[in-house]
Design a protein around this ligand. Structure first.
Ligand SMILES: Cc1cc2nc3c(=O)[nH]c(=O)nc-3n(C[C@H](O)[C@H](O)[C@H](O)COP(=O)(O)OP(=O)(O)OC[C@H]3O[C@@H](n4cnc5c(N)ncnc54)[C@H](O)[C@@H]3O)c2cc1C
Length: 432
């Protein structure tokens, strides 16, 4: 009998629990540990921030859904990992032993790298908002209500070292759409400030025609932008930005005024994971091999935002590579098969496809990109815009929430829609 413990019940952790439970015999025990007692569908947070979704629509209590599938659940943060002893500490005092550990803890939001940035509730300076968690998105919405009574300039974008650019664009376009619907857009100059070297870089060196299409979209929506932007500090209503040229030299200093701002932070690995000797890179992301297995510990696997992926290319201001939902699910599938193989005494052979696929809502339309593989040159490389993406994104939310409720490990959407796009989740499946 083996005990498999999954730490983190997010976009990666919940499907991991379901897939592992389904694949392994009942003699094995599966436990999920999560810092909160609820699941949140992070991709819908931009809609929460403008009031297009209520919290109840994109969150679910975790325990009843896991229990129904025979998976144990503990709602406590993991505060320490003793990888040599195969033991976790939960909430500072409770011990939990494991035979296999799956780390899906997502990002630590590193607001402190830019003084003044980030919600005060998350230890930040309080002058910019975030939409990375449902709590942060609700805080934005609360301030947005006051802002609508007396609107002014808005700054949206991504800090130095950020990797998740899609949601920053998405949010800029969603806010623009919401303001236009309210007939207030004429009172709100919007500036997009990003560490990307050019609009549409997306941490991926661009995808298809993303540069010209996103620039065109921003021009059509009267948005200004600053790229190669190294935001150095934030004060009340003011963003301080050093803009670099392509060689990394200082090109211009900006002080960008705002009444409301949402800046995505750089990510790091969460503290308990980052503290494990030899497990992570210097930013606390888990170092894994092609089978999602820790390079240092044979019985530790990892998937999602918490794994280390090298940047696609060096940029004047640091940028990271995004890890998107479909990619995360493919990593999770590989882990389930590799643990099953290990238990059967066979070598791990399953690999995630690590393809970048993203649906970004723009309020009334949307943009989708597919980058296969993630690092260019690519076999599939396209960026398309259309109302169908807006609808597909709503479908993505509905399918994913249903998947979490039903405990399906591979629902029809991923299986057939992605196949139709020419995308297969696993390159090879080991049969334990
Ligand atoms: C605003 C936003 C929008 C996005 N939109 C999209 C999109 O449209 N499409 C797409 O493909 N990708 C999108 N992404 C990227 C990515 O899919 C998400 O970030 C996704 O949530 C990452 O999944 P994850 O499992 O790695 O982390 P998460 O979903 O963040 O889950 C991590 C879990 O670990 C828990 N945890 C953390 N530390 C501990 C601890 N010490 N102990 C116990 N539990 C812990 C957390 O509570 C959380 O439940 C978006 C990202 C953001 C930030």
């Amino acid at each position: 009998m083996a005990h498999i413990v999954i730490v983190g019940a997010g976009i990666g952790g919940m499907p991991a629990a379901y897939e592992i439970r389904e694949l392994l015999g009942k003699e094995h025990r599966v436990t999920v540990v999560n810092a909160t007692d609820y699941f949140q569908f992070v991709p819908s947070n931009p809609w929460i921030a403008v009031g297009w979704r209520e919290r109840e629509q994109i969150t679910l209590p975790i325990a009843p859904y896991l229990q129904r599938k025979g998976i144990d659940f503990i709602a406590k943060p993991v505060t320490a990992i003793d990888a040599a002893a195969n033991r976790l500490t939960l909430g500072g005092d409770q011990a939990l032993d494991y035979d296999y550990l799956v780390i899906t803890t997502g990002p630590k939001l590193s607001f402190s790298e830019v003084p003044g940035a980030g919600p005060a509730s998350a230890g930040g300076g309080g002058f910019t908002h975030s939409i990375c968690s449902v709590d942060h998105a609700q805080e934005f919405f609360a301030d947005y209500q006051k802002f609508l009574e007396n609107p002014g300039p808005v700054v949206i974008g991504a800090m130095p070292g950020a990797s998740c650019f899609g949601p920053a664009y998405e949010f800029a376009f969603i806010l623009d759409t919401d303001l236009r619907k309210r007939k207030l857009r004429n009172k709100v100059p919007i500036t997009y400030v990003t560490s990307e070297p050019y609009i549409g870089h997306l941490g991926l060196g661009g995808v298809g025609d993303s540069k010209s299409m996103l620039e065109s979209e921003m021009r059509n929506r009267d948005m200004k932008w600053i790229t190669n932007a190294k935001t150095t500090k934030v004060e009340d209503g003011k963003l301080f930005v050093t803009q670099l040229d392509d060689l990394g030299n200082v090109y211009k200093e900006h002080e960008v005024g705002f009444k409301l701002s949402m800046m995505l932070p750089a990510f790091k690995g969460v503290d308990a994971v980052a503290a494990v000797p030899n497990l992570c890179n210097p930013r606390g992301f888990v170092l894994i091999d092609e089978f999602q297995r820790s390079k240092a510990y044979q019985n530790i696997f990892s998937a999602g935002v918490c794994v280390a992926i090298p940047p696609v290319e060096v940029t004047p201001v640091a940028t990271g590579t995004p890890k998107t939902g479909y990619m995360i699910e493919s990593m999770v599938g590989a882990i389930a098969h590799n643990i099953a193989a290990d238990l059967a005494g066979k070598p791990a052979t399953s690999k995630g496809t690590w393809n970048a696929i993203c649906l970004a809502d723009m309020g009334d339309t949307g943009a989708a990109f597919v980058a296969l593989p993630q690092i260019p040159p690519r076999n599939v490389n396209w960026f398309k815009k259309g109302k169908w993406v807006h609808l597909a994104k709503i479908g993505f939310e509905k399918y994913f929430m249903r998947k979490i409720r039903n405990g399906n490990s591979e629902p029809v959407y991923e299986k057939y829609v992605l196949k139709a796009l020419g995308i297969v989740r696993l390159t090879e499946k080991s049969k334990p």
